[in-house]
Design a protein around this ligand. Structure first.
Ligand code: RFL
Ligand code: PHB
Length: 389
């Protein structure tokens, strides 16, 4: 089998890249280790930057998102029970869209299925070869049969634990990492959200987030120590803990119910450099990880593949390598700014085991400065709604 671009991973990054390339007439094959249902069963991101919304529109998969997604003009930050609303529309004239990663992924999968482009789910033992030369290839096993896919380029959109980054020779990559000493315990529940907008809460007991997927489905998170076991968190224990961390009015308004999903995600900052090796590109979580506090992970995956698609289309249509040569530097400059914002949001909103009294006052001073300063509020709004692509 032969294709132009072999894409590893059918997460939002790989699927969006496939869609943008197919729209420009560049043939792709996507290889995904898991089944379609497994990919759709992962509950992850919920907030799309305006630029991501525009890219999904450009890809021709925005219809359902505009019909069902919730446009949010702002968010609330709550510090030890005191709340302040940041109105992004008023501050900088931009908004975000609440529309789940599951829905984005489903829309992209449906568009791909309808177009007839090849996606091989449950592809085992995927391995990548000869990407240093002109004739790269990908090998995989499907239903016990080994296959080889010859291609012009390989796009590693296979997430943090994928095969693409792991296949690079020692010393090819420089990596930067920070592992945080806590995780997020998240639950999904079929009850109306507690508020119209997201509430990010700092409390001495730990961070909490009130989010949503729709007017009838809510998503809540609380910060927990890394060694916490999800089995030890009954729904009642979760609701009690959440109530303690938010302001009184929110606690009183909370509509609780039986969770339909409950899981713990560790928090990490990670960047690999560079993101291109001959004919192999890394994009999305394969290239970098942000802690979820800034809601940037999915958005970065989208902006990476937006740049990569442009570069590959330029190669095929204009016969120019300028885009692929500049891919790594262009993407990394935006990635580092999103890393900074996610790290900063994490630093001010979480309770760190080693934070002393001075450190807590610094967190408080950050909050007071943010809510009192138009300049600081605009900076928050600019970063949260997404820096330019
Ligand atoms: P994905 O989604 O991990 O997809 C990678 C795909 O590659 C497959 N794969 C392989 N396929 C073939 N062979 C192999 N050897 C393979 N190894 C892996 C995997 O099965 C998978 O299907 O990466 P992608 O496309 O780069 O997308 C990244 C996003 O998923 C991620 O950044 C976000 O979910 C992060 N994130 C959030 N991002 C936001 O922008 N806004 C948010 O509000 C937000 N909230 C979150 C989040 C992530 C969370 N968790 C669970 C980490 C909230 C949470 C709790
Ligand atoms: C979510 O709804 O899952 C969500 C929202 C905002 C974040 C992280 C996760 O910052």
């Amino acid at each position: 089998m032969r294709t132009k671009v072999a894409i590893i991973g059918a997460g939002p990054g790989g699927l969006l890249l496939g869609r943008l390339l197919e729209n420009a007439g560049v043939e792709t094959v996507i290889l995904e280790r898991r089944s379609q249902d497994y990919v759709l069963g992962r509950i992850r991101a919920g907030v799309l930057e305006q630029g991501t919304v525009e890219l999904l529109d450009k890809a021709g998969v925005g219809e359902k998102m505009h019909a069902e997604g919730l446009v949010h003009d702002g968010v609330e930050l709550c510090f030890d029970g005191e709340k302040h609303r940041f109105d992004f529309r008023e501050l900088i004239g931009r908004t975000v869209m609440v529309y789940g990663q599951t829905e984005v992924t489903r829309d992209l999968m449906q568009a791909r299925d309808a177009s007839g482009a090849a996606t091989i789910y449950e592809a085992e033992n995927v391995s990548i070869h000869d990407f240093g030369g002109d004739k790269p290839s990908v090998r995989y096993t499907k239903d016990g049969v080994e296959h080889e896919l010859a291609c012009d380029f390989i796009a590693g959109c296979d997430g943090y634990h994928g095969v693409a980054r792991a296949s690079l020779p020692d010393g090819a990559l420089k990596t930067f990492e920070r592992v945080y000493p806590f995780g997020w315990l998240g639950i999904l529940v079929d009850k109306p959200p507690v508020a119209d907008e997201l509430i990010y809460a700092h409390h001495a007991r730990g961070f909490a987030l009130c989010s949503m997927r729709s007017p009838t489905r809510s998503r809540y998170y609380v910060q927990v120590p890394l060694d916490e076991k999800v089995e030890e968190w009954s729904d009642d224990r979760f609701w009690d803990e959440l109530r303690r961390r938010v302001d009184e009015e929110t606690a009183d308004r909370l509509v609780t119910g039986q969770s339909i999903e409950k899981s713990i995600a560790p928090l990490r900052s990670f960047v690999a450099e560079p993101l291109r090796f001959g004919r192999l590109f890394l994009a999305g979580d394969a290239a970098h990880i942000v802690p979820p506090t800034g809601a940037k992970g999915l958005n970065l995956a989208a902006s990476d593949v937006g740049v990569l698609a442009e570069a590959l289309i330029e190669f095929y249509i204009e016969r120019s390598s300028a885009g692929i040569d500049g891919y790594s530097a262009r993407v990394l400059s935006r990635v580092w700014k999103a890393e900074r914002f996610s790290w900063w949001m994490t630093s001010i909103l979480h309770t760190f085991p080693d934070t002393d009294a001075f450190g807590r006052r610094m967190q408080r001073a950050e909050f007071d400065y943010l809510r009192g300063s138009q300049a600081a509020s605009r900076s928050l709004a600019e970063n949260y709604t997404g820096l330019p692509f």
